[in-house]
Design a protein. Structure first.
Length: 587
């Protein structure tokens, strides 16, 4: 049904049945909207990551315990342990840890490997906090019974992840892929096998070596999260990460000595928010509430004329199956607004300020009855969002549309500054699109970006491709490409971008040619991106469909549909919900 409705909003005729069906206003909003949001104090990606504890030990022992830490509810914890064995020739001293405990959680060993002639080891443990949060420590236990079997040293780094999948035993689904590699070259690389399939994927690179000070350099686009070494011991470790990336390799260059590298691909909570809310209260009409300290609130039920003012890194949930209409909103200072599954939220003109977040879950609905501005704010869409005014991105605003997501902008979509839009298998429709400065749009996995008017500001390679083909559609009836600042630059350098332009009804300012189309695969005379991508279907739900030969080269097609209201009219005659069309047979 979703794909049928999708085609109702395509610009241009519907190819195989264009002579039979006329569609209604292509910008009519039919789909349901949903909004999912990301939590976390400072969340600049769908996945939020921070180090909450680290310790280094340069002494012998069978057990090492970190300092105290307090994780947040609904988070997945990764504890990274490196150690150096006491006697390399003793099997116990080089063996993997036997167990880990702490903070009232269940810790599962994810990966372990030895390096440097079995005298060093790196191990990863995983835990899920759920709705129970305790202040506590992390303790790792090693095998051994006596002198010479102890570990000479140890480092512990505890990471907290938010926005990752928490399904599976002990949140096993948070880790989408893992690979371990050891070596002694000057470049350490761990490549996780398999395609990266979802927007917002995060990659962790965990590196350990037998040098006292870690002297590697992370690759461009990655950030060092944590780097430590054990005093008076040749043992060091570094963790780097990259979020919202399709990269599946973690690299460290200019390495010395022997090393081990573990690459971990993190799975984002794409389809469900899965964040446990400890308590939920019902909203009432006219309710006004503000959040001025960090925390989590949840509202359920049905209510109108609501007001909310979020001034700190707090999280507000619109609970599942709720329906709310807000008349005043304020999202500031890293706050997070979540519309959970099967919920409907109506908002007035809104701004996401100072790294605030809006996360729209699969199956939810959200309508902004006015303009929406992302002032360094982040929006992640896995349901459907409609903006009935303009959508503007300023100051490094970020917009992510997941594979189940749909964004409809009935006004103008403008990206300023270093704005970034990532569409991964989802659909993005706007009446007018404007890209300026260093902003760009990335598409992957059959994503579609469609508009009637496209304005560019003398930029090259605005459309960037991730894995899989994407499609940019420019449609009428008055569609056009406007040229600004002395010339239309090449739209992309990637031949996997498909461009759909109707044969008529579109005025292309500087029409695509060998120079300005770049490497794009341009199709003129096509009717919809869905045809180029092979995802088209009839814009109706069929109850029955039959055909008969009547003679004289004429075929009779008879069908009934369940949603006749979504089709403006059929050629020939209509009788209630039974439609008969006569088509001349083509020889």
């Amino acid at each position: 049904m979703q794909t049928l409705r999708m085609l109702l909003e395509q610009r241009g005729p519907f190819a195989p049945v264009a002579s039979m069906i006329t569609l209604k206003n292509p910008f009519r909003t039919i789909v349901v909207l949903a909004m999912l949001l990301l939590t976390g104090a400072v969340a600049q990606a769908q996945i939020s990551i921070r180090e909450i504890e680290h310790d280094e030990f340069g002494s012998d022992g069978f057990t090492y315990t970190s300092g105290n830490f307090t994780p947040r509810a609904g988070s997945v914890l990764l504890a990274i342990v490196t150690n150096s064995s006491g006697t390399a020739s003793n099997s116990n001293s080089s063996a993997a840890p036997t167990s880990a405990t702490g903070a009232g959680l269940t810790w599962t060993q994810v990966s372990t490997t030895s390096y440097s002639g079995n005298s060093h080891r790196v191990t990863v443990f995983r835990a899920y906090t759920g709705s129970t949060v305790n202040n506590g420590t992390f303790t790792v236990n090693f095998p051994g019974t006596g002198t010479g079997q102890e570990r000479r040293s140890c480092t512990i780094q505890v990471l907290e992840l938010l926005g990752v999948e928490v399904t599976g035993t002990n949140a096993a689904d948070a880790i989408a892929g893992i690979q371990t590699v050891v070596g002694n070259s000057n470049t350490a690389t761990a490549t996780v096998a398999g395609a990266i399939e979802v927007a917002g994927t995060g990659m962790l690179g965990i590196f350990a070596n037998d040098e006292n000070d870690f002297d590697g350099d992370e690759e461009a686009g990655w950030t060092v999260l944590s780097s430590h070494h054990a005093d008076n011991e040749d043992l060091s470790s570094t963790i780097s990460y990259s979020l919202n990336t399709y990269d599946n390799s973690a690299r460290m260059t200019d390495m010395n000595g022997n090393w081990a590298a573990i690459g971990i691909r993190l799975a984002p909570a794409e389809y469900f928010y899965n964040f446990p809310v400890v308590s939920t209260s019902a909203a009432s009409n006219g309710q006004s509430y503000g959040l001025y300290v960090a925390g989590i609130t949840s509202r359920s039920g049905t209510a109108n004329n609501l007001s909310i003012n979020m001034t700190t890194a707090a999280t507000t949930f619109v609970a599942k199956n709720a329906t709310f209409t807000f008349t005043n909103v304020g999202f500031n200072n890293g706050s997070t607004f979540v519309v959970d599954q099967n919920s409907t939220v109506n908002l007035p003109s809104s701004q996401l300020n100072s790294a605030s977040n809006m996360f729209v879950a699969n199956g939810g609905t959200s309508v902004i009855n006015g303009d929406l501005t992302l002032n360094s704010g982040n929006m992640r869409i896995y349901g459907t969002v409609t903006v009935n005014g303009n959508l503007q991105m300023n100051s490094q605003g970020r917009l992510f549309i997941g594979s189940t997501g749909r964004l409809i902008v009935n006004g103008t979509f403008t990206m300023n500054g270093n704005g970034f839009t990532l569409v991964n298998g989802g659909q993005f429709t706007s009446r007018t699109m404007v890209t300026r400065s260093s902003s760009f749009i990335e598409m992957a996995q059959g994503a579609t970006v469609e508009t009637s008017v496209y304005d560019e500001n003398n930029q090259a390679n605005v459309m960037v491709m991730g894995p899989g083909a994407g499609c940019f559609g420019l449609y009428g009836p008055s569609g056009r490409i406007n040229t600004q600042n002395n010339g239309f630059q090449p739209i992309t350098n990637d031949a996997t971008l498909k461009v759909c332009i109707p044969g008529s009804g579109v005025s292309v300012g500087n029409s695509f040619n060998s120079t300005n189309k770049g490497n794009a695969n341009v199709t003129t005379g096509c009717t919809a991106c869905s045809f180029l991508l092979g995802t088209s279907t009839l814009p109706i739900t069929l109850n029955s469909f039959d055909g008969n030969m009547l003679g004289n080269g004429i075929s009779q097609l008879v069908w009934s549909v369940a949603n006749n209201d979504e089709v403006a009219w059929f050629h020939h005659r209509i009788q209630h919900r039974r439609h008969i069309i006569y088509c001349h047979r083509q020889y």
